[in-house]
Write a protein that binds this ligand. Structure first.
Ligand code: ZN
Length: 417
């Protein structure tokens, strides 16, 4: 069956008897996400569906909670529909109910909030594990004085000078794009992105997906950015991260199948764990260690005006620092649950996350603004990495195939367990 909406979507609904009803529930879901977004503008991260689905008035949150509850009941009664699509819509709707309740005043601690919004239980982070990982960096990082001072010096040494950030970032994203396109061939031919540089944001970079395979990637230049961070952001926001993920969902699910629930992206939802997890994992998939080192030595260090001979040393320390990646989750948990104040959290992030003071201060602002969202990065990456390995083993081609499947099908965190 083919239908055409005002915006010109060509939706090929499947022949199953339940599909039209499923599509009606998907439309109710989209409309409710947009309505909740009226109470929290950051909630609707992207929307490129029909303009007439946008709410004309702001509905009270209590009313929205009741409507989302009714939607959940109706979804639960569905039978005979695509199981991944069913589970996605149900899990996303359950998260939307939690969001409406939280905006309406419900107070949840860090772990309960993360579980309600992202459908994942954040990991326990042991201080002893962080101490061990920190010790390795302490031993490996040259120079005298406190580790926090050496971290500041190290990051300053490998920071890309402000005047060279654009050239360096564009070189990194061009490489990430070319490597990704060799592996993922189903990207739309017209896919494109723009890069903008911004300040005064709580994040390092952001992908704003505009629909029609186009993204605007913003890079925050408040703080100096080191070379590894440039590569990471190019992969995470661009290829094979958010730009590719959003582009594949649009092409495969919205345009090919008419599954309109994917035309909206609610930021504080389980979809973000998949989005951030695949974007972080994708950075190591597209540029594994030896390729990354070669790219730094041959291209990026020169673009940044750094000595290519120091690339190996830089990468070795960078790799060791990844051992403390879950420290930010614990910092956010203790801060948001009131066990540490802002100053103590900055000190904790410097000590255990091995962040510079500037980065630690920005992260505390991120916790204030985005709360338990932080779990989606390092924990999402762990879940995606484990799933890809379980599904595809160690073969790179098989891993890319599994990764592409993850990016082009309805997925929630439970699908990764
Ligand atoms: Zn991201």
């Amino acid at each position: 069956m083919t239908r055409r909406t005002a915006l010109g979507w060509v939706a090929l609904a499947s022949c199953g008897k339940k599909a039209p009803y499923m599509n009606a529930l998907a439309e109710r879901y989209v409309r409710l996400i947009l309505a909740i977004g009226k109470h929290q503008p950051k909630y609707v991260d992207a929307y490129y569906g029909p303009a007439e689905w946008q709410p004309t008035a702001t509905k009270p949150l209590r009313e929205l909670s009741t409507e989302v509850s009714a939607l959940i009941t109706d979804i639960q009664q569905l039978t005979g529909v695509d199981p991944l699509r069913f589970q996605y819509l149900l899990t996303q709707a359950q998260s939307a109910l939690a969001m409406a309740n939280i905006l309406g005043g419900e107070k949840l601690d860090f772990d309960r909030e993360a579980t309600a919004l992202y459908a994942a239980k954040p990991p326990v982070v042991l201080r002893s594990d962080l101490e061990s990982a920190r010790d390795l960096v302490d031993k490996a990082l040259p120079g005298g004085g406190e580790l926090s001072e050496r971290i500041e010096k190290f990051d300053a040494r490998f920071a890309v000078p402000a005047a060279k950030v654009d050239k360096t970032f564009r070189a990194a994203i061009a490489e990430a794009r070319s490597l990704t396109k060799k592996r993922i061939t189903s990207l739309a031919a017209n896919e494109s992105f723009d890069v903008e540089y911004v300040k005064d944001k709580v994040w390092s970079a952001y992908n704003w997906y505009k629909g029609n395979s186009r993204s605007v990637i913003q890079v925050n230049i408040d703080l100096p950015i080191n070379v590894d961070r440039i590569i990471h952001l190019a992969c995470h926001e661009g290829y094979p991260g958010h730009h590719v993920y959003n582009g594949l969902l649009e092409a495969k699910l919205v345009r090919e199948r008419g599954w309109m629930e994917f035309s909206v992206y609610p930021l504080y939802s389980p979809q973000s764990l998949i989005a951030e997890g695949t974007a972080d994992f994708g950075a190591s998939l597209v540029m594994p260690e030896h390729e990354r080192l070669a790219f730094k030595r041959n291209v990026l260090f020169k673009e940044a005006g750094l000595d290519p001979k120091s690339a190996e040393e830089q990468q070795a320390i960078s790799k060791l620092r990844a051992g403390v990646k879950h420290a930010a989750i614990q910092a956010a948990r203790d801060y948001l649950d009131g066990r540490m104040n802002a100053e103590q959290t900055v000190a904790y992030l410097q000590r255990y996350a091995l962040n510079t003071k500037g980065m630690a201060e920005r992260r505390v602002k991120f916790f204030d603004a985005e709360r338990s969202y932080i779990i989606n990065y390092s924990y999402g990456e762990d879940l995606v990495a484990a799933w890809v390995k379980k599904t595809a083993g160690n073969d790179a081609s098989a891993q890319w195939k599994a990764f592409e499947e993850l990016l082009s099908t309805p997925r929630v965190p439970a699908n990764l367990l």
